[in-house]
Design a protein around this ligand. Structure first.
Ligand code: FUB
Ligand code: ZN
Length: 659
């Protein structure tokens, strides 16, 4: 059964060019994967230790020692392997494949005879397997294993890791479900659900899809499994502080009500968005099978809430450090923001799946917003340090001296004790080529603009599209069609929501978009012949963005955005005390490539007003007087902040308001 009739282009059929996405993809291949392998092997001086590979060695009987790290440490190696798989799909490379194969041998050896695989429980507490689903991440790690295995099989044709994953999935299928004698549990951290859908798609085994659906449908039902298992354990928890984990609230796990009844995003953001992604997968199959629209309806409600009420302008989500969680509508503080890199990545996954269900630019817009802002900010220009938390305002001293800012780091870190984000970034950017298009025999949807060449088979005919563009910095996108035979299809071009005056021409002749636009895509239906070209102009003036009035934090402020890229001010360009800068609503900005920046970025130059500090003695307060001077300012892409000297940063800037 097909989820929808839209296909993704296999990674091997997309060749990325030298655009921003292509360069990040290349950075993953050349720098990030080798760096992360070292990190996973504790070979980065001064970095937090991982020991992820060592844990597998111990579990495989190749080394002696204790388990080290988070209970979900295995997932870091799995995510790295998944990123390697995507990289091998586009750039086969023997040395990297040999390295991955050696890791896979180790993983296979660590698998238990009954298919179970988790180094924490194998090494440290073998008798406690499956006794604490709420906290212990066994199903989460299984999900990441499955995703890596599917990707590795698709990239290399090698089955070893897939067989390992299938054995584990079968073990899980035997253990869990509604049948008598099975545990009626579900994961504390969602992830396995979307992975099982991938396993179903690659093996054709429907029981994996059924199991994914079971985990979703069981969630949030009374009596709560997490309460039952807690009682069964004698009311003990995994973490020293978690003796009463059910008290943390079922919302944390999105287990407060059945998933189809959930209308607003609550609780841990990554858990939530992995779950919504799986719900969107199931929605596709439900629509195709029973015609059941309730899954899609639930996804739509959650989508609306996340993207219209609880998302930062950067595409960051999950504003609260406590529980790494969503809070409530319009609660998006800038300087204490959590906005975990993984959560923005998970939003991309959700958006991508919604796009496949209903091609509409609003999904691709959010995907793009997250990618170019709240996801990319997680990685330094050299690919060797990372942010876990992505605030929209940083004052370094506050981060070190205030307890409520202690999660905010003013500089990227080499690695983390809890290192979920860096390999998640690696797997997303290693596979970024697959997010550009969707297609079927009638249409090719172009969702993302970036230089690349992609090959399609439309009604049995070979078609290739080549995008030439400097997007997201430059406004023009040229798409050349090559096809040995004339081929009839609709080219569906996304008209980004941020662009007010998109224009399209075919073979040099402008076309009228009115009447041919559907859900934010311009539909150009033609008999395409070799050498046809389409040009898209996406004017990118610098926009001064306002936030919804409900967003308390940003009342009276603006953020600069150009195209899909959100900008920020940094101390290194604009001096200290960024809070004293005020922007006029009429201020004009020019956009130009920076000549002295670690990466190739467009910066914005303009003017602002700065509060004049002279005349103040040592009084803390005094009667108001308006004294400001005109100053030049430079804004840099938010994602690229903290690549030079440490210092203050701010996205939302005070606006000079007049009557
Ligand atoms: O729990 C596994 C991962 O670690 C989560 O997705 C992240 O939020 C971090 O807590
Ligand atoms: Zn993370």
């Amino acid at each position: 059964m097909l989820k929808t009739n839209l296909k993704t282009v296999p990674l091997k059929d997309v060749r990325l060019g030298n655009g921003l996405l292509g360069r990040k993809n290349e950075l993953i291949r050349k720098e990030v994967l080798p760096y992360q392998w070292k990190a996973l092997n504790n070979e980065i001086p001064g970095a937090d230790q991982s020991s992820a590979v060592e844990n597998f060695r111990i579990a495989a009987g190749e080394a002696r020692g204790k388990f080290t790290g988070m209970v979900f440490q295995d997932s870091d190696l799995y995510k790295w392997l998944e990123a390697v798989a995507y990289t091998l799909a586009t750039h086969p490379e023997k040395e990297l494949e040999d390295l991955a194969d050696s890791a896979i041998d180790l993983i296979e050896k660590a698998q238990q005879p009954d298919g179970y695989l988790n180094t924490y429980f194998t090494i440290a507490e073998p008798e406690k397997r499956w006794t604490n689903l709420a906290e212990c991440h066994e199903l989460y790690c299984a999900g990441h294993l499955i995703e890596a295995a599917v990707a590795y099989y698709q990239a290399t044709g090698k089955r070893k890791l897939l067989d390992v994953a299938v054995r584990f999935a079968d073990h899980i299928d035997d253990k869990f479900g509604p049948d008598p004698g099975k545990l009626r549990g579900y994961p504390g951290h969602q992830e396995i659900e979307l992975a099982l859908v991938k396993l179903y798609e690659v093996t054709g085994e429907e029981r994996y899809l059924r199991l994914a659906r079971y985990f979703l449908e069981e969630r949030g039902r009374e009596p709560h499994y997490f309460d039952l298992e807690w009682e069964k354990r004698g009311r003990t928890g995994f973490w020293p502080s978690s003796g009463t984990e059910p008290d943390r609230g079922k919302e944390y796990f999105q287990a407060h009500k059945p998933v189809l009844d959930q209308e607003a995003a609550v609780g841990h953001a990554v858990r939530a968005l992995y779950m919504y992604s799986a719900m969107a997968d199931v929605a596709g199959y439900a629509l195709a099978g029973a015609g059941d629209g309730s899954w899609l309806a639930a996804c739509r409600k959650l989508w609306e809430n996340v993207t219209k009420k609880q998302m930062y302008i950067t595409g960051g989500v999950g504003s609260d450090v406590y529980s790494e969680a969503f809070t409530f509508d319009y609660d998006l503080p800038d300087d204490t923001a959590y906005a975990e890199t993984c959560a923005a990545i998970a939003l991309v996954f959700f958006a991508w799946r919604m796009l496949q269900l209903q091609p509409a630019a609003e999904y691709a817009d959010v995907m793009e917003r997250a990618l170019y802002n709240g996801v990319l900010s997680g990685m330094a220009e050299d690919g060797k340090s990372f942010f876990y938390v992505n605030p929209l305002a940083v004052h370094p001293e506050t981060c070190t001296r205030r307890y409520d800012h202690r999660h905010v780091k003013p500089v990227r870190q080499k690695w983390f004790g809890c290192a979920c984000c860096p390999p998640n970034l690696a797997r997303l950017f290693a596979s970024i080529g697959s997010y550009i298009y969707l297609y079927n025999n009638e249409r090719i949807y172009v969702n993302l603009y970036t230089s690349n060449t992609a090959r399609f088979r439309i009604n049995g005919r070979e078609v290739a599209l080549t995008q030439e563009t400097g997007y997201p910095w430059e406004e023009k996108v040229r798409i050349a069609i090559s096809s040995p035979e004339t081929t009839s299809f609709t080219l569906a071009l996304r008209l980004p929501g941020w662009c007010r005056r998109s224009a399209v021409s075919v073979n040099g002749e402008g076309i009228t978009l009115a009447g041919i636009t559907e859900n934010g895509y311009a539909l150009i239906d033609r008999e395409w012949k070799d050498g046809d070209t389409v040009e898209l102009a996406l004017p990118m003036p610098v926009e001064k963005m306002a936030a919804h009035p409900g967003l308390r934090e940003n009342a009276g402020k603006i953020a600069l955005q150009r195209g899909p890229v959100v900008y920020c001010l940094e101390e290194v360009d604009n001096g200290k005390d960024l809070h004293n800068l005020v922007i006029s609503p009429e201020a004009e900005f020019t956009a130009e490539f920076a000549d002295d920046f670690p990466g190739r970025v467009v910066v914005l130059k303009g003017e602002a007003f700065r509060t004049v500090e002279t005349g103040w003695g040592n009084e803390l307060y005094r009667p108001f007087s308006l004294r400001r001077e005109r100053v030049k300012i430079t804004a840099v892409p938010y994602y690229a902040w903290a690549n030079r000297r440490p210092g203050e940063m701010r996205v939302w800037l005070r606006v000079l308001e007049r009557e």
